[in-house]
Design a protein around this ligand. Structure first.
Ligand code: SF4
Ligand code: SF4
Length: 139
């Protein structure tokens, strides 16, 4: 059996590409498991999709080539949620609201809070509870 991998992607759709069934084709034609965990797709506006795709490396590569045939920007590094360490006072307000531990105490001695990008599922709970604007959303 061929090993599968999971890759997190952010897709940015300009206005004209929003209504195309790209995700449908990722599933049907490239046999990918697609987990869309955040989306902003509004008619007449640009759209964003944050998703994990799981499949063989060859199928993921083929799917990305397919997506690139549209006017869609793919980023494997961009995140919809950004954390600004310089604004964080380590007040701890967010810790019990972050469901994955992405925001966590990194140093028990100083109680300094840190952000682990890989564990963030972009639920945006931290945006509502951070008094210092350390968490920000791209969209
Ligand atoms: S968006 Fe959600 S998962 Fe990510 S850091 Fe904020 S609370 Fe945690
Ligand atoms: S609520 Fe904001 S300032 Fe407080 S620890 Fe969390 S990210 Fe830092």
């Amino acid at each position: 059996m061929t090993a599968t991998v999971t890759q997190r992607l952010m897709l940015w759709f300009p206005r004209c590409e929003c209504e195309k069934p790209i995700v449908y084709h990722l599933v049907k034609d490239y046999d990918l498991i697609v987990n869309v965990f955040r989306a902003k797709v509004t008619p007449d506006e640009e759209g964003y999709l944050m998703l994990d795709v799981t499949g063989t490396e060859a199928n993921i590569a083929g799917a990305l080539d397919y997506v690139r045939t549209f006017n869609v920007t793919i980023s494997a590094t961009a995140r919809g949620l950004t954390w600004h360490a310089d604004r964080c006072t380590s007040c701890g307000n967010c810790l019990t609201h972050c469901p994955t531990g992405a925001l966590h105490v990194a140093d028990r001695a100083t109680m300094a809070v840190a952000f682990d990008d890989a564990r963030c599922i972009e639920c945006l709970a931290c945006l509502r509870v951070c008094p210092f604007g350390a968490c920000a959303s791209l969209f």
